[in-house]
Write a protein that binds this ligand. Structure first.
Ligand SMILES: *Cc1c(COP(=O)(O)O)cnc(C)c1O
Length: 386
């Protein structure tokens, strides 16, 4: 295939280390369920990578959020603060507990949960905040932690997009009481399908292990005694085998994503009407001491300056063999959540603008400079043609 015409997917997994060797070993030895050794090794290594004590592997990122909320005691009658601009799983996981998700708009620059807008949405029922480090940029956790402390709220990070991102001297995963990660095929580290909850709290760790395995008694030989309703959220050894190989090279994969973003910035820089999410690495003054790991290379366009609208840009890219995706539609616009009873009162201008004018460009770790140049030329041409 010609590099100039080959179809460029929006994201492909990078499986460049011991993935095949470990999966083969799992198959060869017959350990393919959640009982195999890779699950515990992957949990240990990933928790270490995040700088926390415990990891509990689960079968995807959505149930990781649900499990963490349940372990924190969230249930019917409670309210949970989430950003309006996120992937639907954040909101659905709250609904699974019977609690009510409450939406807060995101910040103009960071596209993350806006701390200045949280307190207006708190009620006597609010129990938790789920900050989402969107696209790989950590939220303003200093401000969010202060609000949580003042109002006695539990913080559960939705870190599904932010493996290895840093806020101050801590990594994503170590910025709240618990954190939920996804290892879906397009995430910075992947097991195909998979997830993990990480925490420093031993009691919560025990709760998470108990609830994820159908509330079988912990420790004892398998006894069919179930004092609570549990879930089967187990991660298989096959997936964990891939996960262990991924975490062994976590810093390489992170660097590839970050370097690719640098190339996008370079080759898009002279095209008018394109704005990026805040990234301290490209800011004149960095007061946040955060590192952005660029899950996806998202841009937002100003149609007047750029020359055409977002949808026309995406259509042009598709015509020249480049895949892209719209950014998330706000939670306040989702029929499912309206019917569930969510209060959509309030305004969400930042989310609405991102949903209307935002898109993300191909973001595989393995992209490389030639492909990024071709994508950026595609973007440039779309604006000029109009
Ligand atoms: C990917 C993602 C999830 C869900 O993860 P799955 O593994 O696909 O269930 C949750 N939250 C956010 C912000 C995500 O990007």
């Amino acid at each position: 295939m010609n590099k100039q015409t080959e179809f460029i997917p929006v994201c492909e997994p990078a499986l460049l280390g011991n993935e095949l060797e470990y999966v083969s070993e799992a198959v060869r030895t017959g350990w393919i369920s959640s009982s195999g050794k890779y699950v515990a090794e992957f949990e240990k290594r990933f928790a270490e990578y995040c700088g926390v004590k415990y990891g509990v592997g689960v079968c995807n990122g959505t149930v990781a959020i649900h499990l963490a909320l349940r372990a924190a005691g969230i249930g019917p009658g409670d309210e949970v603060i989430i950003p309006d601009f996120t992937m639907i799983a954040t909101a659905f996981a709250v609904c699974y507990t019977g609690a009510m998700p409450v939406f807060v708009d995101v910040d103009e620059k960071s596209w993350n949960l806006d701390p200045t807008k949280i307190e207006a949405r708190l009620t006597a029922k609010t129990k938790a905040i789920v900050p989402v480090h969107i696209m790989g940029l950590p939220c303003d956790m200093t401000a969010i932690q202060e609000i949580a402390n003042r109002n006695n709220l539990t913080i559960i990070e939705d870190a599904a997009e932010s493996h290895g991102a840093e806020h101050g001297d801590r990594k994503a995963g170590a910025l709240g009481k618990m954190a939920a990660f996804s290892f879906f095929a397009n995430k910075n580290l992947t097991t195909g399908e998979g997830g993990m909850v990480v925490t420093d709290d031993e009691e919560l760790y025990e709760r998470l292990k108990y609830l994820k395995n159908l509330a079988f008694p912990l420790g004892a030989a398998r006894e069919y005694i179930h004092d609570e309703i549990g879930f089967n959220y187990r991660l298989s050894n096959l997936h964990a085998a891939v996960g262990l190989a991924q975490v062994e090279r976590a810093d390489d994969y992170r660097k590839m994503r970050v370097d690719n973003h640098g190339l996008y910035r370079k080759y898009l820089s002279d095209i008018p009407g394109i704005s990026h999410q805040f990234d301290p690495a490209f800011a004149e003054t960095d007061t946040t001491a955060a590192t952005h790991v660029h899950w996806m290379n998202a841009i937002c366009i100003d149609p007047n300056q750029f020359g055409c609208g977002r949808d026309e840009l995406m259509a042009h890219l598709k015509a020249v063999g480049i895949d892209s995706r719209k950014l998330f539609t706000g939670m306040h616009q989702q029929k499912s959540l309206l019917e569930y009873g969510c209060d959509t009162g309030g305004k969400f201008p930042v989310t609405d603008r991102l949903a209307m004018n935002g898109l993300y460009l191909p973001s595989s770790s393995t992209l490389g400079e030639d492909t990024i140049v071709r994508i950026c030329e595609g973007v440039r041409d779309a604006g000029k043609r109009a």
